[in-house]
Design a protein around this ligand. Structure first.
Ligand code: HEC
Ligand code: HEC
Length: 446
């Protein structure tokens, strides 16, 4: 009986593999001058800066901030490292954060309204709910500013902290490469898989936009933009890009971290440089070389996982100016081949959390006063139920999976794929157990 059903599964698979993907898929191919980007968890620079500068930047990334440093009033953690550290500074972690919102009268998504201070003040314009606050404290024993989710915010999710190592490579992939990838996916699957390349504002270049690639919603294209966003929304520390606190209640300390140091850099500049100089996550080379993982890698491609989890991308050439004219790609990041196993595009794979990007939270309070070139507000709303393809580099170091951290095993995560990835999940399910195991063995090597 068992043998029979196995044979049936193999037959179904054989039938499938003739028809799907509908057309051969041609991901971008590195040019002849491209070279492999370094990968390691060694805390050394990839060449963007020298090792001692990288070490100093890491110290800023690791630094634990106190109230006197500008921490809060609302915050989630005291340092970037607290959420980005596995197995070393810049990696991901098990930390999640809360995002909520609700539907308006016409069924459109609305950002959260979170009352604090016994209901006297409402924090709005965000989907983020900070888990911690610096008050009440000795100076303000009666100041109640803790955010809590009100029952009225009915759309709720947790979002897991992400890996930052190697993100300089992701930042320097040309917009056109990602747009071309989306087009190629559509062609190869006759429109079934249709990644969205979402243009988003570049905060440090008011009026300019780029194809988003960072965050679960592709909410940023630039690491400097993300650093400013995170410093304010995760730690409550302002910067030149995000000069306004989330609340003025209980806020007495100055913001020493938003003044440039003797080299002219603010903390957010150091965070961005730290991420740009970090090496890509390295694979488990021993496991990757086993027969089982090699077989799994081939199956991963043949059942269509690689349509979204694209193995290889190449950065734009050194000297290319990106981020709305504010960043020139240095030689250490130009024309580099790397292996993210992702397409950095938004997809509906049936797991969407229903939460759209909150504009003023991510791009600053003045976002609506600026006309952002090529940015279309409607396209943000369209992404409400989409999630960026999780890049699988380093996934062996993440015991909790998917944006909400709700999947515990690789198999659970794969079987949760529906929507645009419905056919690929079905093909996985139809594989004989030994072949499913081979794919999981391959994932364990990433
Ligand atoms: C409380 C935990 C927490 C802290 C502290 C934190 N982050 Fe994050 N970080 C996250 C989470 C969660 C995400 C995913 C957010 C999302 O997309 O909704 C994220 C995503 C990112 C990303 C996107 C990475 C990618 O490849 O998509 C960057 C860049 C980033 N954080 C930088 C920073 C920097 C710099 C700091 C310090 C200023 C920082 N983070 C502090 C939790 C944290
Ligand atoms: C249509 C694009 C698409 C296809 C095809 C696809 N995935 Fe995914 N994958 C995604 C998206 C999007 C996510 C993130 C979903 C979420 O977090 O809710 C994801 C997440 C994952 C994760 C979790 C990673 C993490 O860090 O949490 C794994 C593992 C994974 N995919 C494996 C696979 C395998 C194996 C296949 C083939 C059977 C596959 N995927 C096919 C888009 C795709």
């Amino acid at each position: 009986m068992a043998n029979l059903s196995l044979a049936a599964a193999a037959l179904t698979l054989a039938a499938c593999s003739v028809t799907v993907p509908s057309q051969p898929f041609h991901p971008p191919v590195p040019g002849p001058s491209a070279s492999e980007a370094p990968s390691a968890f060694d805390n050394k620079s990839n060449g963007v800066v020298d090792d001692s500068t990288h070490e100093a930047d890491q110290t800023t990334f690791d630094e634990v901030e106190e109230i006197g440093d500008g921490l809060g009033p609302l915050y989630n953690a005291q340092s970037c490292r607290e959420c980005h550290q596995n197995p070393t500074s810049g990696g991901p972690s098990q930390i999640t954060e809360l995002r909520v919102g609700h539907l308006g009268p016409e069924g459109q998504f609305r950002n959260a309204d979170i009352p604090i201070a016994r209901g006297q003040v409402v924090i709005s314009g965000r989907t983020h709910v900070n888990d911690r606050a610096i008050c009440p404290n000795a100076e303000f024993p009666d100041s109640e500013i803790q955010e809590r989710v009100p029952d009225t915010e009915t759309i709720r999710t947790t979002r897991l902290a992400l890996n930052l190592l190697g993100d300089g490579l992701v930042e320097t992939v040309a917009d056109e490469t990602l747009i071309g990838l989306a087009r190629e996916q559509r062609r190869a699957t006759r429109g079934r898989i249709h990644g969205q390349a979402l243009r988003v504002p570049i905060v440090e270049a008011p009026g300019q936009s780029g194809v988003g690639r960072f965050g679960w919603k592709d909410q940023h294209a630039s690491l400097l933009s993300f650093a400013g966003d995170a410093y304010l929304n995760e730690m409550g520390i302002t910067s030149r890009l995000f000069p306004t606190e989330v609340t003025d209640l209980c806020n007495t300390a100055g913001e020493p971290n938003s003044t440039p140091d003797s080299t002219g850099l603010e903390d957010i500049d150091r965070f961005a440089r730290f991420m740009r100089a970090s090496k890509a996550p390295a694979r488990d080379r021993e496991l990757a070389a086993t027969q089982k993982a090699v077989r799994g890698s081939a199956l991963f491609d043949s059942i269509g996982c690689a349509l979204c989890h694209v193995a290889t991308l190449t950065t734009a050439p050194a000297g290319t100016v990106i981020n709305g004219g504010t960043f020139t790609i240095p030689p250490a990041l130009g024309d580099k081949v790397f292996h993210p196993f992702g397409d950095f595009l938004l997809h509906d794979v049936g797991t969407g959390d229903g939460i759209a990007i909150a504009m003023s939270e991510h791009y600053g309070r003045r976002v609506y006063e600026i006309l952002w070139k090529e940015f279309v507000l409607d396209s943000v709303a369209r992404g409400r139920n989409k999630i960026r393809t999780a890049p699988l580099w380093g996934v062996r170091l993440r015991p909790r999976l998917m944006h909400d951290a709700a999947s515990r095993t690789f198999r659970d995560a794969i079987l949760r794929h529906g929507g645009e990835a419905h056919a690929e999940a079905r093909r996985f399910r139809q594989l004989p157990p030994s072949e499913q195991d081979a794919i999981i063995e391959f994932l364990k090597s990433l």
